[in-house]
Design a protein around this ligand. Structure first.
Ligand SMILES: Cc1cc2nc3c(=O)[nH]c(=O)nc-3n(C[C@H](O)[C@H](O)[C@H](O)COP(=O)(O)O)c2cc1C
Length: 232
């Protein structure tokens, strides 16, 4: 073998060795980068995915908010009840209409003694005798979302044939413009009478309907039937 041939063989072996070495080095390097890249890409992808999901959620919420703002027409069931009968009826109305309940609470609640209508010297006895004493301060006359209410039920017990006067302060304090107002009451025996009309006069606004009187121990079905018949 000539020297030239030998050096050619040696050069060949060296080149092949270098090529193999390079290729295995670049493979290793690629693997490291690939792993890191893949990890980074995965993380980025996860970030993008969650961002996208967040964006979609935010968009969804936005749509819902817009829709609910456009269509929201609340029903409010506001009532005063001294011994629970009117409260029971109010609860059934709220359930049947999907309305929001709001209880009118006198700052000074009525005790059983206060409610003794047979005694002229009881609290109600005195208030009945002197209309000036019927200005009853309420804990609150402000209802959240009042502006978006289109139908308002106003409930009360009958006292001496008219609406129990704690309701007056609420009616006077609120603007009923654009609202349908439906009075309802409970009583031992008296009918609705003029109780609704008198409240409408005090309110001075709103489209007041005739309303309905229920017995003190009204059944839930009786109340539901009335609501279904109203069609609101
Ligand atoms: C001061 C007072 C006056 C009342 N006046 C009448 C009345 O004029 N006619 C009637 O039928 N019932 C009358 N009642 C009975 C209540 O209207 C009846 O018990 C009502 O269901 C009570 O409702 P509440 O439990 O929501 O307070 C009177 C009760 C009280 C305490």
């Amino acid at each position: 073998m000539s020297r030239r041939v030998l050096s050619l063989i040696m050069a060949g072996v060296l080149t092949a060795g270098l090529l193999v070495g390079c290729s295995s080095n670049s493979e290793n390097t690629k693997n490291d980068y690939t792993i890191q890249y893949e990890q980074a890409t995965d993380e980025q992808k996860q970030g993008e995915e969650s961002e996208t999901l967040e964006n979609v959620d935010a968009e969804d919420t936005g749509i819902e908010e817009t829709e609910s703002n456009e269509t929201e027409e609340k029903t409010i069931v506001v009532y005063f009840s001294a011994t629970g009968n009117t409260e029971q009826v109010a609860g059934v109305i709220a359930e049947a209409t999907g309305g929001e309940l709001f209880q009118l609470e006198p700052v000074e609640p009525y005790t059983d003694e206060d409610l003794d209508w047979t005694d002229k010297n009881s609290r109600v006895g005195k208030e009945h005798e002197d209309p000036e004493k019927r200005e009853i301060e309420l804990v609150s006359t402000t209802i959240d979302g009042w502006e978006s209410a289109s139908v308002v039920y106003v409930g009360y017990p009958l006292w001496w044939g008219i609406a129990a006067w704690p309701v007056n302060s609420f009616v006077k304090a609120n603007d009923f413009v654009g609202k349908t107002v439906i009075p309802f009451c409970t009583s031992a025996s008296s009918g609705l009478g003029e109780s609704g009309e008198l409240l409408a006069e005090l309110a001075g606004s709103g489209e007041w309907k005739e309303g309905r009187r229920f017995p003190s121990n009204a059944s839930d079905d009786e109340v539901r039937e009335w609501i279904e018949g109203l069609g609101f």
